[in-house]
Design a protein around this ligand. Structure first.
Ligand SMILES: NC(=O)C1=CN([C@@H]2O[C@H](COP(=O)(O)OP(=O)(O)OC[C@H]3O[C@@H](n4cnc5c(N)ncnc54)[C@H](O)[C@@H]3O)[C@@H](O)[C@H]2O)C=CC1
Ligand SMILES: O=C(O)CCC(=O)C(=O)O
Length: 486
């Protein structure tokens, strides 16, 4: 740490504030654990109380604005964020490791999401319904739920909070946001865009601190009317239970164990490209990442050898270097988890064909790197085929036919995303009908979410709600049915 290490604060009631207990922690660079990206707050419950009080006080005036007026703020935030794409992208790469082009791409996606929801301020929020009383006017409108708690993870530190905050705000809610500490510097830069756009004080507040204090505090706080969470399954369920216990609304987006099926008739070159992109970009740290690669036996060996050839070409390194394809894991705990799953895979009898090691040489030795791992001879019940690893690990599973492929694709507790490569329309239709997943994609990778379409999972992947697109209105508002008689 040097005297010039930047210091970041909480954002409460329109001001940047130190945590009341003065405690701080470090956000470090996963590409070099000796580099501190920023000094960030380690906030207390009192900071959360202050933020919730500010959000509660601000919500009435914010709700009373016209949707178009709220939208105009979001358009301004989008313009400011767009002009800071490089700065925000660099902070993201330095804090969680994804490559700079991916980080800038994600920031651009944040800008697009802001503009989409800014436009929502002008769209309809209800229906006219014929009443059984000929003189009466029966219609629906929507009310904001009040103050929303946003708990976001480190893997998409711009896109995920924005796809929660933007709809919360446009539909008239105030917000208390707890970003992941790993990416608190990126979060502060996002927050600064809202501040510079002139958002009224208290409408959006940001508190940086531990999950067990600030995250749980949000879940349990009586003045937080709804909680939206993305992260691990265990924490998500605890958040949901705390919300349910006090009658608050909640929305959870948790893990995935996403399959790609490679049919015997697939274009294998395209399928290899999609497997690599879906499974290994962002170092496999997406809830939509491809993890189980289910291949029909007639093309198994050919697919495997093409995949190995291409994976061998991927350059692992610091995400800021232009030649890098794959950055480090986002933090040490994540790297340790990935390495322990690699050991487990070998112990369970899968064959590690490629990678799965920690580079020990030169600059990479100080980072949380794991080379991309490919496992052969995987069976569906092995832990590496069942549990979310969240790292650069692909498991290859051989099947006899399409029916078996779909059965194994569904043989998981999760149901977020799934894809198939095939040129046979019958295979494609069967897959779309039979797959238990919220996102099913034909001749496309498992990752890749379109901001204007609903996003969420089946089974253990979500609380069965959907985010993004028009679907977001369901969580951030309540329907009010109105009957008026002159
Ligand atoms: N669905 C997804 O996109 C994500 C999934 N994960 C999964 O979770 C695993 C662990 O990653 P973590 O960063 O530890 O995830 P996590 O679930 O602990 O963290 C997600 C967010 O929840 C907060 N949090 C932690 N404990 C909390 C609590 N008791 N109450 C309320 N909020 C709390 C964290 O501070 C962070 O803001 C990963 O290996 C991956 O499998 C992690 C991040 C994103
Ligand atoms: O694939 C994407 O773009 C979104 C992934 C996501 O939502 C997540 O990893 O939490």
């Amino acid at each position: 740490m040097t005297n010039s290490t930047p210091v970041y604060r909480n954002y409460i009631n329109g001001e940047w504030r130190d945590s009341e207990n003065g405690k701080t922690q470090h956000s470090i660079n996963p590409a070099n654990k000796n580099e501190i990206v920023g000094i960030i707050p380690d906030s207390s419950k009192q900071d959360l109380e202050d933020a919730v009080a500010a959000a509660k006080a601000a919500k009435l005036a914010w709700r009373k604005l016209a949707g178009v007026q709220r939208g105009n703020f979001l358009f301004k935030v989008a313009d400011i964020m767009e002009s800071r794409t490089n700065e925000i992208g660099e902070a993201m790469t330095m804090e969680m490791g994804k490559t700079l082009p991916e980080a800038k791409g994600e920031t651009a996606r944040g800008v697009a999401i802001l503009r989409y929801y800014a436009g929502e301020g002008m769209r309809k929020i209800g229906d006219v319904i014929p009443s059984s009383d000929a003189d009466a006017f029966l219609y629906t409108t929507r009310s904001p739920i009040g103050t929303v708690g946003v708990i976001s993870p480190w893997n998409f530190p711009v896109a995920i909070p924005i796809w929660k905050i933007a709809p919360a705000l446009i539909y008239g809610n105030s917000v208390v946001w707890k970003p992941a500490t790993e990416t608190a510097v990126t979060a502060a830069k996002v927050m600064q865009c809202f501040h510079d756009a002139g958002l009224p004080s208290g409408v959006l507040n940001m508190i940086v601190g531990s999950g067990s204090v600030i995250g749980q505090g949000i879940a349990e706080h009586a003045d937080i009317n709804g909680i939206t969470f993305t992260g691990s399954n265990a924490v998500g369920k605890a958040v949901g239970q705390a919300a349910l216990a006090r009658g608050a609304k909640y929305q959870l987006e948790m893990g995935g164990k996403n399959p790609i099926i490679i049919a015997a008739d697939a274009d294998l070159d395209l399928a290899v490209e999609a497997t690599i992109s879906g499974g290994l970009r962002s170092t496999g740290q997406k809830c939509t990442a491809t993890s189980r690669v289910i291949v029909e036996k007639d093309v198994y060996e050919e697919f495997k050898s093409k995949l190995l050839g291409k994976v061998a070409e991927l350059k692992v390194g610091n995400g800021l270097d232009s030649g890098t394809w794959l950055g480090p894991c986002a933090n040490e705990k994540q790297m340790d988890t990935v390495l322990s799953y690699i050991n487990k895979g070998v112990e369970e009898g899968a064959v590690l064909l490629h990678g799965g090691t920690r580079p020990a040489d030169g600059d990479l030795a100080d980072g949380f790197y794991v080379t991309p791992a490919i496992f052969d001879k995987v069976t569906s019940r092995m832990s590496i085929a069942q549990e979310e690893i969240f790292g650069p690990v692909l498991t290859l599973i051989e099947v006899n036919d399409m029916q078996e492929a779909i059965e194994l694709a569904n043989d998981t507790d999760y149901g977020l995303s799934a894809s198939i490569y095939t040129r046979n329309i019958g295979n494609a239709m069967l897959f779309v009908q039979e797959m238990e997943a919220g996102l099913v994609r034909v001749n496309a990778e498992t990752a890749g979410v379109e901001l204007q379409a609903p996003f969420g999972g089946m089974k253990q992947s979500s609380s069965h709600s959907r985010e993004q697109g028009q679907a977001a209105i369901e969580f951030y508002t309540s329907i009010k049915t109105v009957f008026i008689k002159p």
